[in-house]
Design a protein around this ligand. Sequence first.
Ligand code: C2E
Ligand code: MG
Ligand code: MG
Length: 512
Amino acid sequence: MPLPAATTVRGFIRRWVLGRHVLPFIPALLLAGVWLGGEFVLILGALVFPALYAMFGEPPNSEDRQMSVRDGVTGLPLRAVLIEALDSVFTKAPRSGKTTIAFAIAIDDFSEIEGRLGLHATEDVLRRVGERIAMVLRGTDIVARIDGAVFGAAFGPVQRADLESALQVAARLQEAVREPILVDGARVHVTCSVGFCLGARAPRPTGEAVLAAAIEALTEARASGAGAIRAYSASKPRDTARRAELETEVLSALESGQIRPWFQPQVSTDTGTISGFEALARWEHPERGVLGPKDFIPTITAAGQIGRLGEVMLFHGLTALRSWDRAGLAVPSLGVNFSPEELRNPRLAERLAWELDRFDLTPERLTVEILETVVADPGDDTITRTIAALAKLGCRIDLDDFGTGHASLAALKRFSVGRIKIDRSFVINVDEDRQQQNLVAGILSLAERLGVETLAEGVERVGEHAMLSQLGCGHVQGFGIARPMPFEDTIGWIKRHGDRVTNATEVTRKAV
Ligand code: C2E
Ligand code: MG
Ligand code: MG
């Protein structure tokens, strides 16, 4: 397409009259003008050159200016230049109909790389990563070093800047960075996380705003682990704010005692007596009432405070055991749920031993409940070791939600599981549904052969209770026996339950 004449003239004047290579000759040209044409030429020259600069001089965001603001290590332009380039796309957008995408790219675990390689080699890594990012992008795009291990990039004005193209480029950037980098003869492997913001999704149509949004997406990507890609979404800041608010509320509830265990009894199908209680976390919320774990455990876990919940549950749980003992009520053991995060703590067994000793309780009074899904994952050695240490200490090990996690028989033995808790999904309608009966019977015979005790979870109806007992399940727990209750209610319940069991035994004895 031929360029318009005005553009050609402007280009000619910029290059041949105002270009940098012409500037050194201006004094000589003026001198020659004075010599040939007198003062008139001098005055003309003094007026014409400034006028030409005013009309055709370089625009403020010229390439020259961009070149002058560069990073000393990578040679890339800096943040301000990237923002200017993005700004210029937004300014021209109403006329050009073109848009852009801003990217923020960070080398993962950079401080670790820096510590390992030293400053000099790290600079090489930064340079190479910068080059690779630039290679993935086109000549019209711009790459900058934002700070530290963070690079920024933006599409030059384009017609199409949708999610798909952004994801494709982000993946290509990661691929390019992942190629081993040769530093002083050694191969260094680095990965990067990418956040981006589509021009159309920017909170405001400015370079500053779209880059800040891409960096926010990058922060989120980095939080999800190395090598992630995240897109900026306008609804996220609100989510983040709400999450932060909830986190503060939950953590202060944990410290102020609003979150504490409620207790659900477990009874023997054989004798009807109490075989234990399970401690289940409850939040006694001043406005929203009593909340269950699904309303707050994810927030506590995300805040990295699940260990703190474990401490609170254990303290109140052991206190309850001591109180039942003092009241002369027989509660053989208390089940406490342990999350995978807690089981990854290599000092857990040591801490539990210390706590039990402090409360003057023997280890078998504490039953450690571990989800079957956790045991089924053979990859985590720390968990295996912690569970072995807990079993060695003498705590009982219950495998929770059994039937949902595909644990191998070898795993049951390896983890010294004392009892399996058959998941509620097998228990529902076990008295009426033949298939359920077959499944439960299968689990029970397997447990018997392995010498492992059994408990059925979520027993709601008398019929279910009776069938489980008939099939040979050792213990039951569920709303049909009692719902979880605060400690204050347990003493009355245990006494009433004791009376019921005694009466039932007497009725049976008289009938015989
Ligand atoms: P879980 O350990 O399998 O606990 C049994 C869940 O079944 C409890 O739910 C209990 O209230 C509920 N349940 C008991 N009987 C019945 C019944 O007859 N019918 C029905 N439909 N449900 C019944 P909850 O308290 O909501 O706890 C859910 C899960 O949260 C627990 O499952 C456990 O995995 C976890 N959890 C509870 N407290 C803690 C805790 O302190 N720490 C950790 N890490 N996890 C906990
Ligand atoms: Mg449990
Ligand atoms: Mg369970």
